[in-house]
Unconditional design. Structure first.
Length: 396
């Protein structure tokens, strides 16, 4: 059977729409507070809903995806569209909050489906690229959201309308694409909690916890961390955009390369070490190194997530779905924890960047444990050992 790329691309569009919804007000926080007559903290909750609800809903969403993939994805697409329509048609704060909540409920469904869609619609050899496209779409969505807000900084209704129009169009495209039946059998995997203690899964989840934690902390606090060095908000915003653009490129290039060479753990190790080095340079020499190192950081750090997800799908396709849900859950939890920790160190930027560097080294050490496990399993079938059962249950 041939791969059904139309579904993957439609699904990636929904991934972009999710991030556009998440950051709909992020680039216009002050203007949005004045527009709605609320505090900036209240506007911040329009974004904070997403990681909070993700942690709560990741496992139930994973169960629903395993039991009914296409209907669950359709519900996610409808929630994105309805939330967007509500934000546009009712221009008050409570409608913005409810609209964001609907999109936030859809996020764990769409994020948790990255490996599931690849497994259901793509041939085995195409799956690393399909997973990379799905994960890279989340970063592309961040770029889109920040770009819309930066281009229209003072017109909140127009910013929301542009993002909402895109979300509705991608939701419709996703619903149409889901009429295509999966080409490959998927095995029902049971409860996601049952895979938590599978060999390698806790270590991989810990790597993603640290990696996503570092990224979310940088995305949240880069501007105030660089301000004491005389770097303005416009420059720090450009550095973040460079990081995201390079990250999208990394998502397309690194996971297929690592999969062809069975080098996923080494790619994760390298990402951790590069992240640590760049964080130290940003902490102590930001003006000299910012523009040179931020793309390198994005390329290495942001590509680590699709590398991890592709590794899961190749090692244990039968349980890749629930493992993916757990990995996303721990990653979002890492985002909350690390971001809160770095937020306490804003008065000492060098210490905050040093903390992020230590976490990067920690991720590299954990990835080395995954590599040692790989090296101890002889023969070409060793990639069936991360979570136990190889390619059982998947037919082409």
């Amino acid at each position: 059977m041939r791969s059904r790329w139309v579904v993957v691309w439609a699904f990636a569009g929904l991934g972009v729409a999710t991030q556009v919804s998440w950051l709909a007000y992020a680039a216009t926080t002050t203007a949005a507070a004045g527009h709605f007559g609320v505090s900036e903290q209240a506007v911040g909750w329009l974004a904070n809903l997403f990681p909070l609800l993700f942690v709560v809903l990741a496992i139930p969403a994973g169960v629903a995806l395993d039991r009914a993939l296409r209907p669950t994805l359709a519900v996610g697409a409808v929630l994105i569209a309805v939330g967007a329509a509500l934000r546009v048609t009712v221009d008050v704060y409570w409608a913005a909050l409810v609209g964001q909540m609907l999109a936030a409920v859809a996020q764990p469904v769409l994020a948790g489906a990255i490996t599931r869609v690849a497994a259901a619609y793509l041939r085995v050899k195409d799956r690393p690229l399909g997973i990379a496209i799905g994960a890279g779409a989340t970063y592309l969505g961040m770029i889109t959201a920040i770009g819309i807000g930066t281009a229209i900084p003072d017109d909140v209704p127009l910013v929301v309308a542009v993002g909402a129009g895109f979300s509705i169009l991608t939701a419709v495209a996703g619903l149409v694409a889901l009429k295509v039946a999966p080409g490959y059998d998927r095995v029902a995997a049971g409860s996601p909690l049952a895979v938590w203690r599978a060999p390698g899964v806790p270590v991989l989840a810990a790597v993603v916890f640290l990696g996503m934690g570092i990224f979310v902390a940088l995305a949240t606090w880069l501007e105030p961390l660089l301000a004491p060095a005389g770097i303005g908000a416009d420059t720090s915003g450009l550095l973040l955009l460079l990081m995201l653009v390079a990250g999208v490129a990394g998502c397309v290039v690194v996971p297929p390369w690592a999969a062809r060479r069975s080098a996923e753990p080494r790619a994760l190790q390298l990402a951790g070490l590069v992240t640590a080095l760049v964080c130290l340079l940003l902490g102590f020499l930001p003006k000299l190194t910012g523009f040179a190192t931020s793309p390198l950081l994005g390329f290495a750090l942001l590509s680590a997530l699709p590398v991890a997800l592709a590794m899961v799908e190749r090692h244990d396709p039968e349980r890749a779905g629930p493992i993916t849900s757990l990995v996303w859950l721990t990653g979002n939890a890492g985002g909350l924890v690390v971001s809160l920790g770095v937020g306490l160190l804003l008065d000492t930027p060098a210490l905050a960047f040093a903390l992020l560097a230590v976490l990067g080294v920690g991720a590299a050490v954990l990835a080395a444990r995954l590599q040692r496990h790989e090296d101890q399993v002889p023969g070409p079938g060793r990639h069936g050992e991360l979570a136990g059962s190889g390619d059982a249950g998947v037919r082409e």
